[in-house]
Design a protein around this ligand. Sequence first.
Ligand code: NAP
Length: 156
Amino acid sequence: MIALIVAHDPNFLIGKNNVLPWHIPEDFALFKQLTINQKILMGRKTMEGINKVLPKRFTYILTTNKSYVFEHPNVAVVHDVDEIREKYQNNEETLFVCGGAEVYKLFLPYADTVYASVMKKTYEGDTFLVDYTKHGFKEVLETEYTDFYFRVYEKE
Ligand SMILES: NC(=O)c1ccc[n+]([C@@H]2O[C@H](COP(=O)([O-])OP(=O)(O)OC[C@H]3O[C@@H](n4cnc5c(N)ncnc54)[C@H](OP(=O)(O)O)[C@@H]3O)[C@@H](O)[C@H]2O)c1
């Protein structure tokens, strides 16, 4: 299974200067709750923005750079999108794709689920997500939080 997990504003903004445009602890808590003890994948730029290994998760970092080294027992550097996609696409285990924009775009066609925290306000920034709602996903759950709506979409 492949799931995208993302936070975006009403204009599908997701990033600013290689970090998040907002700081919302309630959303971090939700992200942690969903991804703890799971396999997550992120692009090299997002990893550099976070600048730390998220604890109690196994992280794949996607890069084209064959010399990129990241020494950590819970991290694997990967280069081949098809290989990682095939590994999880028909697997019971879920790969949580955690961005950024380039990586979401690559994996959206193969995702079964999108977990989206949709901010109530608009923000300033420079990185946008593709509008996944136009790619055959149906909303199956919505929960309201203080600053955002948490929505779950499933492939129709
Ligand atoms: N709001 C959210 O939920 C959320 C989540 C995550 C990230 N973000 C934001 O998104 C922004 C970063 O997004 P981004 O699109 O600029 O970067 P990104 O998707 O994080 O990383 C892009 C990098 O991934 C690697 N890559 C892309 N396609 C590849 C392929 N086919 N094969 C191998 N490697 C590939 C390349 O690394 P190399 O250049 O090393 O080859 C590329 O430069 C930041 O602002 C971040 O804060 C937001």
